[in-house]
Design a protein around this ligand. Structure first.
Ligand code: SF4
Ligand code: SF4
Length: 176
């Protein structure tokens, strides 16, 4: 089935239960087995009770793609996802440094980075999150979001700190 328009995965971190179903389905889809370390979406927990998923937000200017010295990264024009050419990647880490959220990460067993590819336009993490009724992840139309997508390219620590304050108020500052 052809993708009609570019999608984007909206996220409400506060709804996350830390079930990690997103990691399970992502690694099953990309690696053929349950392998959270190889998942393109990863759940972080810095503070007990505050868990959230972390993954590519398809920045409008794609600094990771621009930073790659061997052109191992490209943008899929129909989905907007960053695609990793695993054979070309030399694991220099320049895309990780260029990403405002340090989101690309090393595959646990192979010599290349992994980045969310939006499952070709039908992301399985969203499907399972919706089936489980957590509604942390859902699909929106990317057109009109413009530069907003990049606002979500943040490090796990930045996301965690903001979420802790959102959930626990000023009391939460003692956990930062
Ligand atoms: S780690 Fe791989 S994809 Fe990232 S910049 Fe280096 S060669 Fe390119
Ligand atoms: S969030 Fe990071 S990995 Fe994704 S497009 Fe932006 S710079 Fe690249």
């Amino acid at each position: 089935m052809a993708v009609k328009s570019q999608i984007w995965i909206m996220r409400d971190y506060a709804n996350c239960s830390g079930c990690r179903l997103c990691e399970v389905v992502c690694s099953l889809a990309h690696e053929g087995r349950i392998w959270p370390e190889a998942s393109r979406i990863r759940v972080f927990k810095y503070v007990p009770g505050v868990e959230f998923p972390h993954f590519c937000s398809q920045c409008d200017d794609y600094p990771c793609v621009a930073a790659c010295p061997v052109k191992a990264l490209s943008v899929n024009e129909s989905t907007g996802a960053v695609i990793v050419d695993e054979g070309k990647c030399i694991m220099c880490g320049k895309c990780i440094d260029a990403c405002p959220g340090h989101i690309p990460h090393k595959h646990p067993a192979k010599n290349h980075v992994v980045i969310c590819d939006l499952c070709g336009g039908y992301p399985k993490c969203v499907e399972i999150c919706q089936k489980a009724k957590y509604n942390v992840l859902w699909i929106v139309d990317r057109s009109g979001l413009g530069k907003q997508t990049k606002l979500y390219a943040r490090t796990p620590k930045e996301i965690s700190d903001e979420l802790v304050i959102r959930l626990y108020g000023e009391f939460g500052r003692r956990f930062l």
